[in-house]
Design a protein around this ligand. Sequence first.
Ligand SMILES: [Zn+2]
Length: 737
Amino acid sequence: MEDTGGITRRAFLALTAAVPLAPCAFAAQPSASSAQTPWYRRALRWGQTNITEKDPVRYDIDWWRGYWKRTAVQAVIINAGGIVAYYPSRFPLHHRAEFLNGRDLFGELTRAAHEDGLWVMARMDSNRAGEDFFQAHPDWFARDRDGRPIRAADKYVACVNSPYYEQYLPDVLREIIERSRPDGFTDNSWAGLGRDTICYCDNCARVFRAKTAQALPPTADWNAPAYRDWIMWSYARRSQLWDFNNRVTQQAGGPDCIWSGMNSGSVTAQARSFRDLKDIGRRATIMMLDHQRRDDDTGFQQNGDTGKRVHGLIGWDALAPESMAMYESGPGYYRVAAKPAAEARMWMIAGIAGGIQPWWHHVGAVAEDRRMYDSAAPVMQWHQAHERYLVNRTPIAGVGLVWSQRNTDFFGRDDPDSRVDAPYTGFMHALVRARIPYLPVHIDDIEASRGLRVLILPNIGALSDAQAVAVRRFVEGGGGVIATGQTSLYTGTGDPRDDFALADLFGCHRAADPLPARPGRSGSAHTYLRLAQDVGSRHAILEGLDGTDVVAFGGSLTPMRVEADARVVATYVPPFPTYPPETAWMRVPSTDIPGIVVSQRGRGRVVYFAADLDRRYASEHLPDHARLIANAVRWAAAGAMPLEVRGTGLLDCHLYTQPGRLILHLVNLTSEATWRAPLDELIRVGPFDVSVAVPRGMTAATARLLVGGKTVKAAVSNDRAAFTIEAIEDHEVVVIE
Ligand SMILES: [Zn+2]
């Protein structure tokens, strides 16, 4: 990302660091839209009709051109080849769409899009082939341990270490470029076979031995060095393919003819298919996201989180378009039924708030449920009208929520959902609930983001020595750290440590007993936390809980050794019966087993949640857990937050800066379907009183509402601007200048 005019990732981190501490300057000049900016940094709205094999006999190109125009798209993704070819390929084994009948549908659509001034990404989907292909090249396909070919339905799965990827696919890419000159390529299933299946084909055996001097691992055993090596070797191969494919397309199609495989917003999904998000982010000119819908229990805010995570890797001047299903896509898949408009709309808006470029996605060229064609246009048209406020902006957040794909691999192992994702999600939800803007921070970027006030380590079990040093330095620099559960109790590759690597920060040591097995994400025990009754006032973390001596917990804890200079603000109450009700009394009302430990380390403040309230909050949504987490963040930050929003409702708050202005994006998550898709009705909330830190010396400001369509005066004092937003239906974007 060493782009000259734009904000580099390094600069972004530095700016993010500087702004909340000393809001004295707006961000550096973002790159201007100009002819010198490559197309993949200018395509802000996208569309994709995923062509089915039936479509060549029913594709109404003129109708779709009208739809492109109505939805103000600047780039389209058109199926070209791979599993199915939509043009008359010269390769006889390149399977033609069943109804293609010699037509060059890809070429016709590409020509039409180019005539309409749109950029075209040719879509590949390229990891499997039919019987005839397999018979011709049996050594190009993945094999199980017994040498049998690995199949997916009626197809054979190609091996990423075979000439299928090294010779055949490059030839197909070159053919598509020669015929139709697309502007770039994207590939749906480029990463090949996922982690669940070890390929034992001759290619894999040979290359793995050459690289590691070992045989392929016989089983998926996380404790075996060969398996760990296979994991990292598999990642490296995908990153290598990324570079290789880019060389192929750029050599044949010119320097801007880029190749970009699809990536997921979920780190766990990335891990399952060996797509290293950080490593890819370093290589990617654009990040094409396949993250089409919300999961019920992570809410729309998951898409804002995804946008911020990805931009933290590729920079905020690069683009991250995301395929967004306009058909019903979750939990069930109904490819040709419209997704409720409100559900589709809010997923788009939540992504836009996190810096994602909207991209409507339909499957098939003809849908009888025509309602799906009305969902995207209003959002896209609004986006077009205000696009300059929606890209090239630098986030302002005092809080970094740390993630690590190696932790997903080596600590998450076969249960990343409960060990890794739920703790992260719990923090995400608690921060959104408290309206505290945050940024996902990759664990190896901690040093670069030192100016953030608070780092959160959500059960980051696998932490390397170097990463522990980075966390320690952050605290030495005056930063606050919040860590939960088993954070730092394992090495970077997942071997258990005798004690926390960060025990000195936590003020808390693992006792001799083994740590308890934690109940799964949905498991719950009848346990509590007892709030410390201090002489004088309670600790700030317990603020708002004056009316109670205990809060529900649900997890289990074991004794620990706490340093004298650390303070225990909540202790564990072990389980007692819930039923019959007559038995529901505490057998052991209090223990000295710590649940929450706080300590002051120089200028830095540290909170260690032995109690996994992050994961508990993800599963049970108890407001007390969110309150304790938010209180801990505010205490660790040791000062005013850059943004305060008062009023009733559930809002996801994103704060950005551009030269001369602040941009506040508020997404209304209040609905009858907050935790249960699909959403069918938007519920208006408000009023909201907003207070935001502004650059020092600013004496007057206006707040322009890009959705409400009006300008309100902001009262400026003490380097903060205050104003009121009367109502928010779906979202509001406030430009403060
Ligand atoms: Zn193989």
